[in-house]
Design a binder for this molecule. Structure first.
Ligand code: SAM
Ligand code: SF4
Length: 335
């Protein structure tokens, strides 16, 4: 990764927002089945429709050529993709990419954390919705908390620049654990972000309107125990951060339902089948796989298509927990 300032290239949408951040889903498959993310019997994309790692690399390099300077690898579970270390290393060597990060459920980190750091990954987000073993297994359907805790320790040992926990908080499921999760983060020297559940994909395990809880009410709950101060800490993503007195830990709130952040959106997403999504809450997309499979090295056709696609980026999302208008599941989109 190079921190040199190139002749600055800027990718802009029709609302004047600069798009500098790409979320790349390297697989829709996963070793967990979180209830808010996917149905129990999820149908995954046939393998031949999934981009190869080489195709992902070429597409990512085109985005970087166009002005993207931050990439997050996600999924599905990115660490179950075979040869993921090859991709991390190749991307981390891209000139003008300032930051390469990854979101994981942590299960594979005991095996991979050190190699990911060596391959050039700078920051990592690890999802952790509960510290109670039985509850963790209920939320993830098949997961064991112990494995994720070992993954977190492995990431700490690997000394990433920053590690952030991600917790999707659902009323009646885990909203009584926010203080415990913050205390755990303080204890381990990590940041944490609380995420509002989004109505993506038709899941049958629960009614999404009954589990909604706002970031604001979590913050109020936390303020009774912690001295939270609004911080100017920023990452490439939409989290609003608060610092805690006498601690390095930052507490973030990602509130796509209750506190719309679309005005400052800097992101686009590439699904594992090569669909470029301009917004999480909207189906506008273009098929980059069709272009790259027609001519692997035709970067100018890809650039033209991406620039044109930006005109499809909507001004904002409209999420209504009472209805599921977006049929795509979160594992297909890449969080
Ligand atoms: N498997 C990895 C993981 O769980 O960290 C990466 C992919 S996952 C789709 C990325 C993030 O999206 C996770 O933090 C997960 O908790 C979050 N997520 C999944 N479904 C969601 C939903 N319906 N609303 C809000 N966040 C969701
Ligand atoms: Fe898998 Fe992540 Fe979705 Fe959970 S949130 S099912 S770990 S992709």
């Amino acid at each position: 990764m190079s921190m040199d300032t190139p002749e600055k290239k800027i990718l802009k949408d029709t609302f004047g927002r600069e798009v500098s951040y790409l979320r790349l889903s390297v697989t829709d498959r996963c070793n967990l089945r979180c209830k808010y993310c996917m149905p129990e019997k999820m149908k995954f994309v046939p393998r031949e429709q999934v981009l190869t790692l080489e195709e992902i690399y070429i597409l990512a390099s085109v985005f970087v050529d166009l002005g993207v300077n931050s990439i997050r690898l996600t999924g599905g579970e990115p660490l179950i993709r075979k040869n993921i270390l090859w991709l991390v290393k190749a991307l981390s060597e891209l000139n003008y990419l300032k930051e390469l990060t990854l979101t994981t459920n942590g299960i594979k980190l005991p095996m991979l954390a050190g190699s990911l750091k060596t391959a050039g990954l700078s920051r990592i987000n690890i999802s952790l919705d509960s510290l109670r073993p039985q509850r963790f297994s209920e939320i993830t359907r098949v997961g064991e908390l112990e494995q994720v805790l070992k993954g977190i320790e492995a990431a700490i040992d690997a000394k990433f620049n920053k590690i952030r926990l991600n917790a999707v908080i659902q009323k009646g499921f885990n909203d009584d654990e926010v203080s415990d999760l913050v205390n755990f983060s303080i204890d381990k020297g990590l940041d944490i972000a609380f995420i509002e559940e989004m109505p993506l994909g038709d899941i049958s395990s629960h009614q999404r309107n009954s589990t909604q809880i706002t970031g604001f009410s979590l913050r109020e709950q936390l303020s009774e125990k912690f001295n939270l101060q609004l911080s100017d800490h920023r990452t490439a993503g939409p989290s609003k951060y608060y610092s805690i007195a006498n601690s390095e830990t930052k507490v973030g709130f990602i509130s796509p339902i209750s506190d719309n952040f679309c005005g400052s959106c800097n992101r686009v997403r590439l699904t594992s089948e090569g669909r470029l999504l301009l917004c999480l809450g909207n189906e506008n997309s273009i098929d980059l796989r069709a272009i790259i499979r027609q001519n692997f090295n035709n970067k100018s056709a890809l650039k033209k298509a991406i620039r044109e696609a930006l005109t499809l980026k909507p001004e904002r999302h409209y999420f209504d927990p009472n209805k599921t208008e977006i049929v795509r599941f979160m594992n297909m989109t890449g969080g």
